[in-house]
Design a protein. Structure first.
Ligand SMILES: Cc1cc2nc3c(=O)[nH]c(=O)nc-3n(C[C@H](O)[C@H](O)[C@H](O)COP(=O)(O)OP(=O)(O)OC[C@H]3O[C@@H](n4cnc5c(N)ncnc54)[C@H](O)[C@@H]3O)c2cc1C
Length: 419
């Protein structure tokens, strides 16, 4: 048995880890020299930044398990904060250290800046969802869900909409209510720790893919960086990978590439046409991250603040670097980067009072950051019509939107199918 994994993003490295843990030899091929795919380190201005600021939540049980398995200490690599949504001067909601579901009820009922009737309606909404097991008979859009449950405009603006937009990265008029409810079920409505925010204290390649690589190597596997596979072919001796210098055959292949890279890879496997048809129904949404590097520390009053305008959230990346994130498409994408950085800096000054001008900025737009998560959308399964050829990645069928947790879960699912 020899397994080839094409792609060393979080999904591919999760599959490799799970197989290596069971003593199954794997060869991972990664086109880039940096591991992590859409969650990777990007060196700029002398700092290890990322291709985009990421946030994890306590509900990412599978990623946290795999980090432990490969020896990446989540307690030191992630800053764990109780759920807090803060729009300075406008809204503040914080979950107290109380057992679930009290933590959420108290957070909603004591939120500052939300009208009393709206807070009560939000509590009723969560109770209603719980009673129905967070299931909708028919998937609808987030906007319809809000209307159906009579949520107050201010509560939508400062609570539900930011949560939905950051989780699904899809404009709210188009976002799948069912997938949003799945996220609420496993985070806000689960154990208190599940709603904690986990902010990486290191870059995203160091967080998991690189320790996973070391784990795979220790288990006798290989991780071949800078090696792009052009196509996969099926021969009587097994799978043959064009681009693999070893010329070996593999009993199993896991394609762990982003969905928009699948077509060329499987061009010689006509049995995968129905899968490709499904994948090509997907459309994509961007994420913009603007890093602002200051000559000295600029301390935000919280590690994640809602700011609105051209960016949705502002993060304390490190002492002297702030990161502003805008999810999904929107007018912010049309602004010249200097204007965008000016707007964000003005917000920073509003919040902290006095701040020197940033020395440098780095704006990164990932045009196809995630698939657009719409009602009733179909996502391909891990298993394909071709025996021993599997798909993993954040777009593969799951309860979750395109996230790190969806990616690693699909990797683990593929590995278990092979086992
Ligand atoms: C800017 C941004 C912000 C985000 N924020 C969050 C967040 O806050 N929280 C969260 O949970 N998720 C977030 N996400 C989503 C998360 O990053 C993705 O869901 C996840 O990284 C997808 O992982 P993947 O392994 O499925 O795919 P990818 O990361 O795309 O991995 C695919 C890998 O395959 C490689 N590859 C492709 N073709 C070939 C080939 N032919 N041969 C060899 N290798 C190949 C690629 O180089 C890549 O490394 C964000 C995404 C972006 C872009």
């Amino acid at each position: 048995m020899r397994v080839a994994i094409i792609g060393a993003g979080y999904a591919g490295m999760a599959a490799a880890t799970e197989l290596a843990a069971r003593g199954i030899p794997v060869t991972v091929f990664e086109a880039s020299r940096t591991l992590g795919g859409r969650a990777r380190r990007v060196e700029a201005h002398g700092y290890p930044l990322d291709n985009g600021q990421h946030i994890l939540v306590g509900a990412y049980a599978e990623l946290l398990r795999l980090m432990r398995l490969v020896g990446a200490n989540a307690d030191t690599l992630l800053a764990r904060k109780p759920l807090c949504l803060d729009f300075p001067g406008r809204m503040h909601l914080a979950a107290p250290r109380l057992p679930a579901p009290l933590h959420l009820a108290v957070a909603l009922l004591t939120a500052r800046g939300l009208p009393a009737g709206g807070r009560l309606a939000a509590v009723r909404f969560m109770r209603h969802l719980k009673r129905d097991g967070f299931r909708l008979e028919r998937d609808i859009t987030f906007a319809e869900l809000m209307l159906r449950h009579g949520q107050h405009e201010t509560v939508i603006r400062y609570l539900w909409a930011p949560l939905c937009l950051s989780a699904l990265n899809t404009p709210l008029q188009e976002a799948s209510a069912q997938v949003f409810l799945n996220v609420l079920r496993d985070s806000l409505a689960a154990a208190r720790e599940a709603s904690d925010l986990l902010l990486p204290k290191t870059d995203l390649s160091t967080l998991f893919p690189e320790p996973a690589e070391r784990f795979v190597l220790r288990g006798g596997g290989e991780v071949l960086r800078g090696t792009s596979i052009h196509t996969v072919d099926w021969t009587p001796y097994g799978f043959h990978l064009e681009g693999d210098a070893s010329g070996r055959s593999y009993t199993h292949v896991i394609a762990a590439v982003a969905p928009y890279h699948l077509r060329r890879l499987v061009a010689k496997l006509p049995r995968l046409q129905p899968v490709l048809d499904e994948v090509e129904q997907l459309s994509y949404e961007p994420i913009l991250t603007a890093y602002l590097g200051y000559p000295q520390a600029v301390r935000l009053p919280g590690s994640m603040l809602g700011i609105g305008g051209t960016a949705h959230f502002l993060f304390q990346h490190v002492d002297n670097i702030l990161a502003a994130v805008s999810s999904a498409r929107g007018p912010h994408l049309d602004l010249p980067h200097e204007t965008l950085v000016e707007h964000i800096h003005a917000k920073v000054v509003d919040i902290v009072g006095v701040a020197p001008r940033p020395d440098w900025s780095q704006v990164i737009v990932e045009k196809r950051a995630t698939f657009a998560c719409r009602p009733g959308m179909r996502r391909p399964a891990c298993e394909t019509p071709l025996a021993n050829f599997f798909l993993c990645g954040d777009y593969v069928a799951s309860d979750y939107p395109a996230t790190l947790e969806a990616a690693v879960r699909s990797g683990v699912a593929c590995a278990r199918l092979i086992r």
